[in-house]
Design a protein around this ligand. Structure first.
Ligand code: ADP
Ligand code: MG
Length: 377
């Protein structure tokens, strides 16, 4: 905290008026169902983005990030405009634009959420900026309003059509819990996910693979889910049980059927995972993670060799469960493991990647942490 305060003073002169933090996230289970009115169950990781901010007496916005070699970007408030340029500063400026900031600011960022690893450094940055602005300008927005503002910044200003999950969990997470988010009405419930006392740990494996979607992957799958809804004459895949869906198989073409099957079974797995957590039944949770991975791999067809290798190797070396996370075709996998297996599992995955001539993976571990906070003002 002091450190960023001193850096702020060295860079901009004067002291920051507020320092905030916001975490990255991992989605425990509930993949590719946000757009079918499903449930997701993310938790905040311990890695946070810290933002120090002070108001200025003019219209200038000056922004610097320790992750961008301390470069200082200056822009006049009156020239904020959505979807212009490629600069990383769009994530910050978008939030100022959505929250209608009407006064110049100095902003220093220190982001400890790995960038571009699927851990949502973008939401962490947006949310840390959003609560700093809320605090400085006494807007008194609640967490749901701040999440919507941060999402709007990413959708409209950055031009990335993300859902509300990342921003919601970055703002609302509680240590020792996962956040059940209902994508239909955006209601949230904290679910106990206290793995440390059980001697468990969540290993995150960033495969560093990024495969191009040869067949327009995301949009095509989303369209299949929408087609299934239309043909079955239901409001959303949320509104049909797994058994009813299976009974109506003949009404759908095979590709549509199997993609919709992933969605309806994954929604059920999220609810089953919530039940498993309430019962502290981590072997059941592990099995659900495995089933989620199989469904994403075989039915939804969004995995890739690197993700499968990470998951399979973790399981061969004693993980309770493992699955790919995020959109797929690369990115990260998670494994629920016994904490004292950590070194063995990491080195087994590293060796397997080496033997498979894949890029070396990056490893992170995290227990479920707290959401965004004002840490000094
Ligand atoms: P993810 O959210 O999974 O990390 P994204 O591509 O959505 O990946 O967002 C990463 C982008 O967010 C970075 O390329 C950068 O533009 C911006 N960003 C995030 N954190 C920082 C930071 N600390 N400093 C500067 N830019 C950041
Ligand atoms: Mg992101």
């Amino acid at each position: 905290m002091d450190d960023i305060g001193k850096r702020f003073t060295n860079l901009f002169g004067g002291n920051p008026e507020v320092i905030t933090t916001a975490p990255g996230r991992v989605n425990l289970i509930g993949e590719h169902i946000d757009y079918s009115d499903g449930f997701v169950l993310p938790f905040a990781i311990k890695n946070v983005t810290t933002v120090a901010m002070a108001r200025r007496n003019d219209n200038m916005i000056r922004i610097s990030s320790l992750q961008k070699a301390g470069e200082v970007v200056s822009i006049d408030l009156t020239s904020l405009a959505p979807q212009v340029g490629e600069s990383w500063t769009r994530y910050v400026l978008g939030v100022l634009w959505v929250l209608k900031v009407d006064r110049g600011l100095d902003i220093l960022i220190d982001g400890r959420v790995p960038l571009g690893a699927g851990l949502s450094s973008s939401a962490a940055l947006e949310c840390a900026v959003a609560i700093a602005v809320d605090h400085l300008f006494e807007k008194n927005l609640d967490q749901a309003q701040l999440a919507l503002a941060a999402q709007k910044a990413e959708n409209d200003y950055v031009g990335m059509p993300c859902g509300i999950m990342d921003q919601s969990v970055s703002l609302m997470a509680k240590a020792g819990s996962a956040l059940l988010l209902d994508c239909r009405d955006l209601s949230t419930t904290n679910i106990p996910f206290d793995i440390a006392p059980q001697g468990l740990e969540l290993l995150i494996i960033d495969t560093q693979a990024h495969h191009k979607l040869v067949d327009g992957g995301y949009a095509e799958r989303r369209a299949s889910c929408e087609l299934a809804v239309k043909v079955l004459g239901i409001t959303s895949l949320r509104d049909i049980s797994v058994s009813d869906y299976v009974a109506r198989k003949s009404e759908l073409d095979p590709t549509t059927y199997i993609r919709g099957f992933h969605a309806v079974t994954e929604m059920q797995r999220v609810l089953d995972a919530v039940q498993a957590l309430k019962e502290n039944n981590f072997s059941k949770l592990g099995k659900l993670l495995n089933e989620s991975h199989k469904s994403l791999r075989d039915d939804y067809n969004v995995s890739c060799p690197e993700l499968n290798l990470a998951v399979d190797t973790a399981l061969e070396h004693g993980a309770l469960g493992a699955r790919m996370v995020g959109g797929g075709f690369g990115g990260s996998a998670i494994a629920l493991i016994k904490a004292d297996h950590l070194d063995a599992i990491q080195s087994a995955i590293a060796s397997a990647f080496d033997a498979g001539h894949f890029k070396a993976p990056r490893f992170f571990t995290s227990l479920p942490g707290d959401g965004a906070q004002v840490i000094a003002s």
